[in-house]
Ligand binder design. Structure first.
Ligand code: HGY
Ligand code: MN
Ligand code: MN
Ligand code: MN
Length: 428
């Protein structure tokens, strides 16, 4: 009896794919770089327009909308037992420079559509269902990844540091937040903190940002763990000088120190002995940046991750040693070696993994358990709630570049699995 009920319910789930695709396309127009790339930086005018777009869709879905002091946006579908901790889902819509239009967006627009799918099917939630649009998952403006979800997870040091944090144009975090209409009445951001147990489950839908699902022809990824991310900023200082007149033995070239450290990062990552260790120098700036002026200052930002936290920390230690050795050898000053974040990995909750697996099976979709090498807001939601993630394939695993793409079919599958998993978790 219940099996046929379930199969009737499952077959009643219908996604308005064209509408969702139109929304993905429309949201991507709120960008500071030309299509097909997307650039949407925290609290920028395009970010504010995109936020308004999301709030409007939440309203149309019948959700009650609230925003917190840093602009995390919550859309809640009140359930029959509203006093129980709700089930939450969500992701981010900020986009790093010249990236794509699916990273994060699938987990926000797709989540709102999953709510609409359930409403259209006549489903009645027991636990309320809440869609969260997290503020600033990307580190672009203030150098801090998952800023909104770190605050929701109650990270005090971050709340304090943000009072004195400025961006590359020397605009303070609080001024930037206020320019977007947030943080008006307070410097104290602890109002953002959520208590542990605020949600009975948090599950995020996201593109894989890797090639595995597409290569293996599998429709759904059920994430079992999220790799441990870390980021470091480094500054070197030398004398600089004239590119023609300063002879080589007299130089202390901050640019070459940076170049040597970048290669040292690659060396320390490769000597970890595991394919799961990665390291990237995505930012390398030289001052004054003139062809005929020896760099007097250099600034690098290093991103290193591993599913094994100890191995990742070894890379950080070795990189610090190399920075000191290189500075001495080249007679430059290591004026900054600052670890911005050094986070542990997070494990998904068994019950949420099971809900995503059961949903995939009932929808006759192939699925695979896998780790997430990219970080997500789920990494920090895991500190205050049982966490899980659902992946959909993306073209050649491309992400953080304009060629990022997921097919309508894969997006539809992901939204259906999310809707069914949310229904199961809501009735728990
Ligand atoms: O970098 C990351 O892992 C995420 O996509 N921002
Ligand atoms: Mn990203
Ligand atoms: Mn993302
Ligand atoms: Mn610096």
């Amino acid at each position: 009896e219940s099996n046929s009920l379930i199969s009737d319910f499952v077959s009643s789930l219908s996604v308005e794919t064209q509408t969702l695709q139109n929304q993905i396309d429309e949201l991507s127009t709120f960008s500071d770089s030309p299509a097909p790339s997307v650039t949407r930086i925290l609290y920028s005018e395009k970010d504010v327009l995109a936020r308004r777009y999301i709030k409007n869709l939440m309203g149309l879905a019948g959700l009650s909308v609230r925003e917190d002091a840093v602009g995390n946006i919550f859309g809640r579908w009140i359930g029959d037992e509203p006093e129980l901790p709700p089930v939450a889902t969500g992701s981010h819509i900020d986009a790093i420079p010249y990236s794509g239009k699916y990273d994060g967006v699938i987990g926000v627009l797709g989540a709102i559509e999953a709510i609409n799918v359930l409403k259209r099917s006549g489903f009645k939630p027991k636990r309320s269902l809440e869609v969260i649009m997290f503020t600033s998952e990307e580190p672009t403006r203030f150098g801090i990844s998952c800023l909104g979800s770190r605050l929701l997870a109650g990270i005090e040091t971050l709340a304090n540091n943000l009072k004195s944090t400025v961006d590359g144009q020397n605009i303070s975090f609080l001024d930037a937040a206020r320019s977007a209409g947030y943080a008006n009445d307070q410097d104290d951001l602890s109002s953002v903190f959520l208590k542990k147990g605020s949600y009975s489950a948090f599950i995020e839908l996201h593109i894989e940002q890797g090639p595995i699902l597409e290569e293996e022809g599998i429709s759904i990824g059920v994430v079992t763990a999220i790799a441990a991310p870390a980021s470091i900023t480094v500054d070197f200082e030398g004398n600089g000088g004239h590119a023609g007149a300063a002879l080589m033995p007299t130089r202390n070239d901050a640019g070459l120190a940076a170049a040597e450290l970048a290669l040292a990062v690659e060396k320390h990552v490769l000597e970890s002995g595991s394919i799961d260790t990665v390291g990237t120098v995505g930012i390398l700036e030289l001052h004054p940046g003139a062809i005929n002026s020896i760099p007097s200052r250099s600034h690098l930002e290093i991103d290193t991750r591993d599913i094994d936290e100890k191995r990742r920390n070894t890379v950080i230690e070795k990189t610090h040693q190399s920075a000191t050795t290189i500075a001495n050898k080249r007679r430059v000053k290591l004026s900054e070696f600052k670890i911005i974040n050094q986070d542990p990995p997070a494990l998904s909750d068994k019950l949420i993994i099971e809900a995503a697996e059961a949903a995939s099976k009932e929808l006759n979709l192939t699925y695979k358990k896998m780790i997430s090498r990219a970080y997500h807001d789920s990494l920090f939601m895991a500190r205050i709630s049982p966490m899980g993630m659902i992946f959909i394939p993306c073209y050649k695993g491309y992400s953080h570049k304009p060629e990022e793409f997921s097919s309508r079919e894969d997006i539809t599958n992901g939204v259906k699995v999310l809707a069914l998993a949310l229904a199961k978790l809501s009735l728990n």
